[in-house]
Design a protein around this ligand. Sequence first.
Ligand SMILES: Nc1nc2c(ncn2[C@@H]2O[C@H](COP(=O)(O)OP(=O)(O)OP(=O)(O)O)[C@@H](O)[C@H]2O)c(=O)[nH]1
Length: 315
Amino acid sequence: MSSRPWTERLVGGFRRTSDKLGENLGGLLGKAALDAETLDAIEEALIATDLGPATAGRIRHRLAGERFALGLTELRLREIVAEEIEAILAPVAVPLEIDAFPRPQVLLVIGVNGSGKTTTIAKVAHLLQEQDYSVMLVAGDTFRAAAIGQLKVWAERIDVPIIAGSEGSDAAGLVFEGVKQGTATGIDALIVDTAGRLQNKAGLMDELAKIRRVLGRLNPAAPHNVILVLDATTGQNALNQIEVFKETANVTGLVMTKLDGTARGGVLVAAAERFGLPIHAIGLGEGIDDLRPFDPREVARAIAGIEAIAVERRR
Ligand SMILES: Nc1nc2c(ncn2[C@@H]2O[C@H](COP(=O)(O)OP(=O)(O)OP(=O)(O)O)[C@@H](O)[C@H]2O)c(=O)[nH]1
């Protein structure tokens, strides 16, 4: 767990991304007139920072319409990039709401192996606990004993009840039990780990369809959220995952993890721009407190490296 303030961690986490942006834009600064060739090069540089072609095109358009009497400075360019990123992130920065009645609100969590799914479930549970919601977990990723074990350890650590079976047990049955117990004990949020594999699309669909069927018998509105966990370090691959999961699993929102220390943080913007799905929170580390809803302005300025430049200048 880190005790550094969140903003500082945000700036530190996106540092490699904003440095990469600086390197990519390096030779293009200082020009008073941005000719088509320079604009092309800036656009390329933005694409190389994983921001996505649409975002890069948008920033190019903005730059083409502005005049820089004293030449385009690095700070001004980064400010423009930050403003455009903020405009893209603002509509999707949507914290999780627990507002379903009857309770519990059921949140299915999906994502490929290693995306940070299990850790994210614990972090989301903790975040909701902090808002005074009662939480219960369901270890529905029953394909691997290790996944069940890991979730149990987290449940104990954050002191939340968990419904878990043995490896290979029926996930839908566990979810059913979770809703029953959750209803009886007045739980607000039931967070369900799932075997959200991509390797076998048909298998994933069957698994989720079965969970939905069982849930539907208890509460037709459930699941209320289907949250896809993404590993930012996989860059463009994360975008492919959204594409596939969106059509297979009715994703309602995203959580992006491992944004600390990757140079591929721009993918957060590409995901927002391309899919427009709510992004509930971002992960900036392995600790329980390292996942939060985000402020679009703060994140945009961290990606663009504005704070980093300001700190540099004060030295
Ligand atoms: N640096 C960093 N590491 C993270 C973050 N979130 C998760 N991790 C780490 O990523 C690794 C994989 O996380 P898990 O939660 O086990 O991922 P999973 O998707 O459940 O993976 P499986 O258990 O293999 O299915 C662990 O070592 C986590 O500590 C994050 O935001 N930043």
